[in-house]
Design a binder for this molecule. Structure first.
Ligand SMILES: NC(=O)c1ccc[n+]([C@@H]2O[C@H](COP(=O)([O-])OP(=O)(O)OC[C@H]3O[C@@H](n4cnc5c(N)ncnc54)[C@H](O)[C@@H]3O)[C@@H](O)[C@H]2O)c1
Ligand SMILES: O=C(O)[C@H](O)COP(=O)(O)O
Length: 389
């Protein structure tokens, strides 16, 4: 029986992928084999000795201590693209909110009082304050062309916008999916200078933290709309407030409320609802649960943010051995020696590395003894060993 600890509300459709005769799933579990979570912060969580896998039912993993997990030989999985449509729809909504001044116009309408005739008279007299602009022909700048950025860029193109995109690490898959008319930018600054509306779709990393700051805003096109449905830390809120006060920015639409932004004219802050649709929550939970289950039951790895992709169909007549180790010379030799010294034959084997980690899946003809697993666990550079029957 595998034990899966849940943080946050994970969609039942996802949890149903873990058959209860083989998986105990609860938010109360001690000594979990795996964790399923959304945005719960794990940085101060003491990683249990028993933990073998982490499944993020979503895209961003900045709430998870990925390096600490790697050092313990624990793969972290996420759900790439599973909530991209939900975020795209909210970003497009955010562009309309900003272009048509919908939030202040709505607040103004709500503030009207008196008879219908008086309210109508004031509305007609004041509506010029909320004159907006239309999207066709305007330039949208997309920073980060992954699952969400590509969806947003393509949707904006189909609305008649010119689109300029920046992503120095764009994947071949994203490049294939991108509308042909999207123009390539060579820097964040180029996007800031060229676009009427800029939208951010990068992960929060050491490299992207504070990406939009005072200096960047100083080079922004006058009266720009900025959308941030990526992460709070990518944008300096103090600089946003200054940019709005100076007229450099027209509107800041984001998914991350803060004390600095609260009550500021030109700010529309939503409560991190980019992925909060029933469809996205289901898609993410199903993907993360499937990945974690596959890893626990077979050792196979797909959509991990810290481990190599590795899928080996089961072979041989016995146990499967999996070993995570530092990516240094002679580890494979030591793994095969440990198996051979126990008089066992290797039926099939697959080894892949990613950065400082290497992962091996070894199918054995016969039953692995506890001695083989213990010998490997004691080998310098080995981070995790599992025997799957
Ligand atoms: N508001 C929400 O509810 C919500 C929902 C989903 C995702 N997100 C956030 O959005 C981020 C992006 O999601 P995604 O699914 O598109 O991820 P993704 O991994 O598919 O795409 C991220 C893209 O950013 C690019 N990138 C990385 N560093 C960059 C840099 N310095 N400059 C330009 N591009 C850079 C990558 O090459 C990649 O193509 C997530 O990491 C998450 O933080 C928020
Ligand atoms: O990175 C993500 O997928 C989003 O921020 C969604 O987070 P949530 O699962 O907490 O809604």
């Amino acid at each position: 029986m595998y034990k899966v600890l849940t943080f946050n509300n994970i969609s039942a459709r996802g949890l149903d992928r873990l058959p209860r005769e083989r998986f105990e799933v609860s938010s109360e579990i001690q000594q979990p084999d795996a964790v399923l979570l959304r945005s719960a912060k794990l940085h101060d969580w003491s990683i249990p000795e028993t933990l073998k896998a982490v499944g993020r039912a979503g895209a961003g993993v900045n709430n998870i201590p990925v390096d600490a997990m790697s050092q313990r030989g624990i793969p972290v999985f996420n759900a790439p693209g599973a909530n991209a449509n939900a975020v795209k729809e909210l970003v497009i909504a955010g562009m309309f909110l900003a272009a048509r001044n919908i939030c202040p116009a709505w607040a103004f309408a709500e503030s009207l009082s008196g008879s219908d005739e008086q309210m109508n008279k004031t509305a007609e007299a004041e509506k010029k304050r909320f004159t907006g602009f239309e999207l066709p022909g305007r330039t949208l700048g997309v920073i980060g062309l992954g699952a969400i950025g590509v969806n947003v860029a393509n949707a904006a193109s189909s609305l008649g916008m010119k689109v300029i995109g920046y992503d120095p690490k764009i994947t071949v898959r994203s490049a294939w999916n991108l509308e042909a008319g999207v123009r390539r930018a060579h820097s964040v600054d180029e996007v800031m200078a060229a676009a009427d509306i800029v939208t951010l779709h990068v992960p929060e990393t050491d490299e992207t933290r504070g990406m939009i700051n005072g200096a960047r805003l100083a080079g922004a096109r006058e009266g720009q709309v900025l959308l941030n449905f990526a992460r709070a830390g990518i944008v300096d809120d103090e600089a946003i407030v200054k940019g709005l006060q100076q007229g450099r920015l027209r509107t800041y639409v984001c998914d991350f409320p803060s004390a600095t932004l609260k009550g500021q004219d030109g700010v529309v802050a939503l409560p991190h609802i980019g992925a909060s649709t029933a469809e996205a929550q289901e898609n993410c939970a199903i993907m993360a649960a499937d990945e974690v289950r596959d890893f626990l039951e077979t050792g196979n790895i797909s959509n991990s943010v810290n481990f190599p992709e590795l899928i080996l169909p089961r072979n041989g007549s016995g146990d499967r051995l999996t070993v995570v180790n530092a990516n240094v010379p002679n580890m494979l030799g030591q793994i095969s020696s440990a198996v051979a010294d126990a008089g066992l034959n290797i039926a099939d084997m697959y080894n892949k590395s990613r950065g400082e980690l290497a992962y091996s899946v070894v199918d054995i003809d016969g039953k692995l003894t506890a001695e083989v697993a213990d010998r490997l666990r004691d080998t310098e550079g080995v981070l995790a060993v599992r025997v799957i029957e």
